[in-house]
Design a protein around this ligand. Structure first.
Ligand SMILES: *[C@@H]1O[C@H](CO)[C@@H](O)[C@H](O)[C@H]1NC(C)=O
Ligand SMILES: *[C@@H]1O[C@H](CO)[C@@H](O)[C@H](O)[C@H]1NC(C)=O
Ligand SMILES: *[C@@H]1O[C@H](CO)[C@@H](O)[C@H](O)[C@H]1NC(C)=O
Length: 361
């Protein structure tokens, strides 16, 4: 099944910075079968941050977590083996016991109260309960090999403290916001992430059909370290091209090993917050704010703790798996929705709140 670019706008992220690449792609764009694309329902929403502030209970700002139920405030791989401990996952592939998380989106009412924005199910992944969509993409040429993440691997992209664009160009381009003013649109077929319909900060007009925010993780690894003190230095964005470039992407000499393209696609149901009479008095200032307190959007970030069983992810990547992957064990979205985990930090995150949980940061 070929789908217009707008369904698959994420792959256009870098194409928009490489016009010549776009011209060489099939006119109809890649298909869903070119991506290992799956839903991961909500595991919980709470104030822990296992990578950046391990053991912090509570951590400064709220996150939404998906994946395996071995999630904990401290996830030192020498102490906690999540693939051994987890008994279920909110993701479609049951061998995927990884944890994935992002910040949470809030609406700020003109009267000063905050309300958490609910999540929306993604196209062709209907039925998921909260959470977001995860992609692992192997090279589109179906020849280039990528090395799956190793046990204990973790990384993050973005930085909750950013209030300006990331100084790392690849990281800056790794996120984009799309405001849907009709069902999944409007977006011309060639509309790409980072293109004319997208912004790198919160949109300034209402999004009655949802707001999508993406995270693209680095695709180059130093080949040695499964982590680094900043959870970033052991990986790098390509030195040239991207995973979708026809000739493939190039990794810097310092990080020569090619990784699958990990990507999160989070879609917030902003529908209930479209009435601008609830927005700030000027009726113009956009009303959304991340759980960090960031009302611009540069602080959007994503965290990853690898936890696939055995060599399952490597096999899926070697087979260039798409949505239906015979290499992997799958469960229905209904089954995945049943997995959840009681938060360690219990506090009210829903309904109208006087302040952001933890007051942001
Ligand atoms: C702000 O408005 C919401 C929605 O009408 C209401 O529930 C909430 O109590 C209000 N907050 C304050 C501080 O008045
Ligand atoms: C977790 O245990 C599995 C075997 O059950 C092993 O293959 C893997 O390397 C362990 N993970 C870590 C991070 O040590
Ligand atoms: C989004 O939220 C509105 C109510 O605010 C609801 O009517 C609608 O069904 C939701 N859409 C989806 C796709 O969840």
């Amino acid at each position: 099944m070929h789908l217009p670019w707008r369904w698959l706008a994420p792959v256009g992220l870098i194409a928009s910075s490489l016009g010549e690449v776009r011209a060489q792609l099939p006119p109809q764009g890649p298909t869903f079968n070119d991506f290992l694309r799956f839903s991961c329902s909500e595991l919980n929403i709470q104030r822990i941050d296992p990578l950046v502030t391990p053991g912090g209970v509570p951590s400064p700002h709220l996150h939404q977590f998906v994946g395996g139920n071995a999630l904990a405030p401290t996830m030192d791989p020498s102490v906690l083996n999540i693939t051994e401990k987890a008994t279920c996952t909110t993701c479609t592939f049951t061998e995927d016991l990884s944890n994935y998380w992002t910040a949470v989106l809030f609406f700020r009412h003109r009267n000063g109260s905050y309300h958490r924005v609910p999540l929306m199910e993604n196209l062709m992944l209907e039925g998921q309960r909260g959470g977001f969509t995860v992609y692992y993409t192997a090279p589109f040429d179906k020849k280039t090999k990528v090395t799956a993440f190793k046990p204990g691997f973790r990384m993050l992209t973005g930085d909750p403290t950013y209030r300006n664009p990331s100084p790392n160009e690849g990281e800056f381009k790794s996120m984009a916001f799309r405001c849907f003013t009709t069902s999944w649109g409007p977006a011309p077929a060639q509309s790409e992430i980072g293109g004319e319909w997208d912004t790198r900060t919160f949109p300034t007009t209402p999004c009655p059909y949802g707001l999508r925010i993406n995270n693209f993780f680095p695709t180059c690894w130093d080949g040695v370290n499964v982590d680094s003190p900043d959870h970033k230095s052991h990986v790098a964005y390509p030195s040239k091209g991207t995973f979708e470039s026809p000739g493939g992407w190039e990794c810097p000499d310092t990080h020569p090993v090619k990784l699958p393209q990990l990507m999160y696609e989070t879609i917030w149901n902003t529908s209930a917050f479209s009435d601008t009479s609830m927005w700030a008095e000027d009726g113009k200032s956009q009303p959304f704010v991340l759980s960090t307190g960031d009302g611009v959007g540069y602080g959007w970030h994503g965290d990853y703790v690898f936890g696939w069983e055995g060599d399952s992810l490597q096999r899926a990547m070697d087979r260039y798996c798409g949505v239906g992957c015979p290499e992997l064990k799958t469960q229905s979205i209904i089954e995945a929705n049943k997995c959840s985990l009681k938060p360690v930090v219990e506090e009210r995150v829903d309904g109208w709140l006087d302040a952001l949980p933890g007051h942001g940061y």
